[in-house]
Design a protein around this ligand. Structure first.
Ligand code: SAM
Ligand code: SF4
Length: 437
């Protein structure tokens, strides 16, 4: 939903690293902990819409991939020198295809190198067909505390078009079992803007969903990704999709319906009630450190053991086979590690922080060491004043955030904000250079 990936490269354009004071006390505290993301790269079948980093396993190589995940987790945690891991997220691909033994072994290796509190949030993404009750129970015994079930739709026709391996009633059965085992800690993923989907059909899905769901819901507008079967069908004119106006209406209606049912719309795509927000995902949006383990996983952490002081944006090798070879020879499969400048980190915080209803607090902004406060940066901009006047953005004593109305059009707000950040940043650099040493 409202993805902002393209904007990151805009941030990466600026390569000047200004001399800014870092709030070292805050940084060292946050550097002591990191969330861990573990990528399981295999699926049973390719869904027709999905361009995530996933593969169909040609043979049973679970032992080999487990050994590499353990090795890489151990190497990267040691490299980061983090002492505490508040959350772990097993994503994919389809991590519910992994054996519970693999999940337990990964958690064990994490807790060998860092403190994994007993109340840590340990989420596993589960596809209905690979999540029978006994397996879910074994995942719980292995240490999983939260489940994210991929429902996607409650209409069998939609599920077929999406290439899912389950029916709506199988998905609801999995949800029921999951809720028994993970009460208050079961989330569902649902998509909208599906081929031929009407507003009435979407309303009916939401009603049935609200009857059955737990306290967390993630809603994603279908994105047509190049290289997927759905994209090709659309190109050939063989499938009709809701236009942008209808999709926007679906999103707006969903937020209102969920809000009326007691959910807080706490992030662009995420809704929670009874305080069931995902703390793992919050750590991305708050700009905290995280370590990515497994093929194609992303990470953001300071590799302190190598003597470096700046945070790096890391990506692991995408394909499982080459990734495994690298892990076996180097202890990790990091394909690229790029030092992040202060400007990179601030742009990223702007892009991610504004996804949350609480936005970016003044304190959080300061932790990245910006000499320019949110007020300095955005308080005087004419564009920003307009956005505030239109009721889309709020800048006050708490910080900078989107209004209810603004959250629905976040991408449109980010462009002027990022361009304002870039301008103010360049001016600040010029002023720094003009000052006598
Ligand atoms: C990559 S999947 C992994 C979870 C699990 N394999 C599954 O399918 O349920 C994570 C979520 O991303 C969402 N997603 C994947 N591709 C998408 C697309 N093209 N448009 C919108 N949402 C998408 C789906 O809702 C999915 O549940
Ligand atoms: S949506 Fe999930 S199950 Fe489907 S191909 Fe993508 S990662 Fe695999």
């Amino acid at each position: 939903m409202l993805r902002s990936r393209g904007l990151l490269s805009f941030a990466e354009k600026c390569c000047v690293i200004p001399r800014q004071g870092v709030h070292s006390a805050e940084i060292s505290r946050t550097e002591e902990e990191a969330a861990v993301y573990v990528h399981w790269p295999y699926c049973e079948r390719r869904c027709t819409y999905c361009n995530f980093n996933k593969y169909i396993a040609q043979s049973d190589n679970e032992g080999a991939i487990r050994a590499c995940l353990l090795q890489e987790a151990s190497t990267l945690i040691r490299l980061s020198q983090v002492r505490r891991v508040p959350s772990v997220f097993f994503g994919g691909g389809t991590p519910s295809l992994a054996s519970p033994h693999t999940i337990a072994a990964i958690l064990e290796v994490i807790s060998k190198h860092a403190y994994l509190p007993h109340n840590a949030e340990i989420t596993l993404e589960a596809n209905p067909t690979s999540s029978r009750r006994s397996k879910l129970q074994q995942f719980r015994d292995a240490g999983v505390t939260r489940l994210s079930v991929g429902l996607q739709s409650l209409d069998d026709g939609d599920l077929q078009i999406l290439g899912r391996t389950h029916t709506a009633s199988e998905a609801l059965e999995t949800l029921k079992e999951a809720r028994k085992l993970f009460p208050g800690r079961t989330s569902v993923d649902v998509m909208f803007g599906l081929p031929g989907q009407s507003l009435a059909a979407w309303h009916s899905t939401l009603e049935r969903l609200l009857d059955q769901c737990d306290d967390h819901v993630s809603l994603y507008q279908l994105t047509l990704e190049r290289g997927t079967a759905l994209f090709r069908l659309k190109e050939k004119g063989q499938l009709a999709f809701p236009d942008q106006e209808l999709s926007a209406q679906m999103y707006e209606d969903a937020r209102r319906i969920l809000q009326r049912a007691g959910f807080r719309h706490y992030e662009v795509s995420n809704f929670a009630r009874n305080g069931a927000v995902s703390t793992h995902n919050m750590s991305y949006w708050l700009g905290k450190q995280y370590i990515g383990v497994g093929p194609g996983a992303h990470g953001r952490f300071v590799p302190r053991a190598s003597g470096r002081k700046r945070r790096e944006a890391r990506i692991q090798t995408l394909e499982p086979e080459p990734w495994m070879k690298e892990v076996m020879s180097n202890g990790h499969g990091t394909r690229k590690a790029t030092e992040q400048s202060d400007f990179d980190m601030l742009s990223e915080m702007l892009i991610l922080g504004l996804r949350m209803d609480t936005g970016i607090s003044h304190e959080r902004w300061k932790t990245l060491g910006s000499a320019l406060s949110l007020q300095d940066l955005f308080g005087t901009s004419q564009d920003l004043r307009e956005l505030q006047k239109d009721g889309l953005l709020v800048l006050d004593h708490n910080g900078l955030r989107c209004s209810w109305k603004g959250l629905a059009v976040l991408d449109g707000l980010l462009l002027p904000l990022l361009s304002q950040l870039e301008d103010s940043w360049s001016q600040q650099i010029k002023m720094n250079l003009q000052q006598p040493p």
